[in-house]
Design a protein around this ligand. Structure first.
Ligand code: PLP
Length: 404
C-alpha cells in the first residue's frame, strides 16, 4: 500500500468546524425543539442581486449559441475582467496584467504554497484564518505540533490582541520568508491603519520577505481613512502579493470567484519575476475560472453592479452594528464589526469552548470559539454578521434575555 503524506496527519485546526457541528448535533438531540441560529461560519445568506444574476444568466444563454459559445479561456482570466478589477477595485494602483482571476481566495492560498514549496519559513497573525497554517502544514513547512503550547514549532506566530491593538509587535517578530496578513482580519474584525501597513511593508522590505496579503473582506471597509489594499502603501509592490475574493461582497461563496495580484516588480532573490512562476502554476494546475462566473464578476464591476455590491455589504454591516450594539449595551468587551463582518468578544472567566457552550445552551446561538483560530484566540468567541436580518434580530433578543 501507499504511504500516507505524514504532513496530513499533523493537521490540527481542521477539527474546528466539525467539532462545532458535533456539539451542535449533541445539543439538538437533547433539545429537539430548539430553534438554533447560526452566527458561526462566515457564509453569506442573501440572494445574489439582479444585475449580477443577469450577467451570469446572459453568459449561460450565450453558451447555448454558435456565436456565443467559447471553450477554454485564458488561464489568467478574461482580459476585460482583469482590466476592470484593476480599474474599479484598485483604482488603477495595479495593472490588469498583474491580476490573475481564480476560483477563490482559499484555493489561491493553497496554490501559493505550491509556488513557494516546502523550504520557506512562514509567519501568521495569531489568531488568523486557519487555511494559512493548514496549507503550510500540508506542504511540510511547519515543523511539529506542540500539544502544550497548541502551536507548530516551525511557524512564527504574531500575537494580535487588545493590548497591541491587534497589530503584531514587529520589533519582536523573527524574520520569515513569507508573512501571511489578513486585513480586515478574520476572526478579530480588526483593520490595520495605513501607518500600520506601512510598518509591515517596511519590515518585509528590510527582511527581504514576501507578504501574502488576504483582503477577502476589503469591501467591508467603509472608513475612507483605512486602506483597502496593501498597494496603497509605499513600497508594497516590491514585497506583497494580494489575494482577494468576490465571495463575501456579492454572495459568490458558492459561485466561486477570486483573484491574486502579483506585481510585475516582485522578484525572487535571483531576480526572476514571481509573476512569471505564478503564471506557470496557474497554467499548469489551474485551467482558469468558469467563464459564466467571470461574466458575473464583470457585471458586478459595472456601475449598477458596484451599487449592488455596496448594498449587499451594507446589509451585513448593519447586522454587525445590531450585534455590536446589543453586546455593548450588556457591557461586553467587543472588537471588530465596524469595517468587518466579524465581532470578537469574550465572556469574562470563560475559555472559548465554555463560552461557546454557554451561548448555545442559553441562547441557542452557534458562534465560533476563538481558540480555533490560534493560541491567542483562547478566551474569545467570534460572532459572524452573515445572516438574515430577522435571524439577527431574534439572536440579539435572545442574547439580551439570556446573557445579561
Ligand atoms: N480568506 C479569508 C480571510 C476568509 O475568511 C475566507 C472565507 O471565509 C476566504 C479567504 C475564502 O475565500 P474564497 O471563498 O474566495 O475561497
Amino acid at each position: 500500500m501507499v504511504k500516507r503524506n505524514p504532513n496530513l496527519a499533523k493537521l490540527q485546526s481542521g477539527y474546528l468546524f466539525p467539532e462545532i457541528e458535533k456539539r451542535k448535533k449533541e445539543f439538538i438531540s437533547k433539545n429537539p425543539n430548539a430553534k438554533i441560529i447560526s452566527l458561526g461560519i462566515g457564509d453569506t445568506t442573501e440572494p445574489i442581486t439582479p444585475r449580477i444574476v443577469k450577467g451570469l444568466s446572459k453568459a449561460v444563454s450565450d453558451l447555448g449559441t454558435k456565436e456565443g459559445y467559447g471553450g477554454y479561456g485564458a488561464e489568467q482570466g478574461l482580459s476585460e475582467l482583469r482590466e476592470k478589477i484593476a480599474a474599479k477595485l484598485y483604482n488603477g494602483l495595479i495593472q490588469g496584467n498583474e491580476v490573475f482571476v481564480s476560483d477563490g481566495a482559499k484555493p489561491d492560498t493553497g496554490r501559493l504554497q505550491v509556488l513557494f514549496g516546502n523550504k520557506v519559513t512562514i509567519a501568521v497573525q495569531d489568531p488568523s484564518y486557519p487555511v494559512y497554517v493548514d496549507s503550510s502544514v500540508i506542504l511540510g513547512q511547519t515543523g511539529n505540533y506542540n500539544e502544550k503550547s497548541t502551536n507548530f514549532d516551525g511557524i512564527e506566530y504574531m500575537k494580535c490582541n487588545p493590548q497591541n491593538d491587534f497589530f503584531p509587535d514587529l520589533a519582536n517578530t523573527k524574520r520569515t520568508d513569507l508573512i501571511f496578513f489578513c486585513n480586515p482580519n478574520n476572526p478579530t474584525g480588526a483593520v490595520a491603519t495605513k501607518e500600520q501597513l506601512q510598518q509591515l511593508v517596511d519590515f518585509a522590505r528590510k527582511n527581504k520577505s514576501i507578504i501574502i496579503y488576504d483582503s477577502a473582506y476589503s469591501q467591508f471597509i467603509s472608513d475612507e481613512n483605512l486602506p483597502r489594499s496593501i498597494y496603497e502603501v509605499e513600497g508594497a509592490k516590491d514585497v506583497a502579493i494580494e489575494i482577494s475574493s468576490f465571495s463575501k461582497s456579492i454572495g459568490f461563496t458558492g459561485v466561486r470567484l477570486g483573484l491574486t495580484i502579483i506585481p510585475n516588480q516582485l522578484k525572487y532573490e535571483d531576480g526572476t519575476q514571481v509573476r512569471k512562476d505564478w503564471n506557470r502554476i496557474m497554467t499548469t494546475i489551474f485551467n482558469g475560472a468558469s467563464n459564466i462566473v467571470q461574466h458575473g464578476g464583470l457585471a458586478a464591476l459595472d456601475n449598477a453592479g458596484l451599487k449592488e455590491m455596496k448594498q449587499t455589504v451594507s446589509y451585513y454591516l448593519e447586522n454587525a452594528r445590531i450585534i455590536r450594539k446589543t453586546l455593548e449595551k450588556l457591557g461586553y468587551e467587543i472588537y471588530g464589526g465596524v469595517n468587518s463582518p466579524y465581532i470578537w468578544t469574550r465572556i469574562p472567566g470563560k475559555n472559548s469552548w465554555k463560552a461557546f457552550e454557554e451561548i448555545l445552551n442559553q441562547a441557542h446561538i452557534v458562534t465560533t470559539p476563538g481558540v480555533g483560530f490560534g493560541p491567542s484566540g483562547e478566551g474569545f468567541i467570534r460572532f459572524s454578521a452573515f445572516g438574515h436580518r430577522e435571524d439577527i434580530k431574534e439572536a440579539v433578543k435572545r442574547i439580551e434575555e439570556h446573557l445579561k
